[in-house]
Design a protein around this ligand. Structure first.
Ligand SMILES: [Zn+2]
Length: 90
């Protein structure tokens, strides 16, 4: 089932996740996270990575590189799921 109005798919949510985190939003309270165990687990993984980055660079923000790495990791993970997206661009 796709295209439910107002409801993000996991792929859509995960595509925006790095931006949400990077912009300092409270991702843990995001409506999708509240309802999606899969993405909650993914976020926990990301937080582990982010925490490791903070320990490596305790006095600086995680460099963009780190988020880009996380973003590409998410995209490759999302790409392994069967894609049932009807609308791919217009
Ligand atoms: Zn999800």
């Amino acid at each position: 089932m796709t295209g439910v109005p107002g409801k993000l798919s996991c792929a859509d949510f995960q595509a925006h996740l790095p931006e949400l985190i990077a912009s300092g939003q409270d991702v843990a309270n995001h409506p999708h996270i509240q309802t999606c165990e899969l993405c909650r687990a993914l976020l926990a993984d990301l937080e582990t990575i982010a925490e490791a980055a903070r320990q490596l660079f305790p006095s600086v923000e995680p460099p963009d590189e780190v988020w880009q790495h996380i973003e590409s990791a998410i995209k490759s993970e999302a790409a392994t799921e069967p894609a049932h997206r009807s609308a791919k661009g217009a």
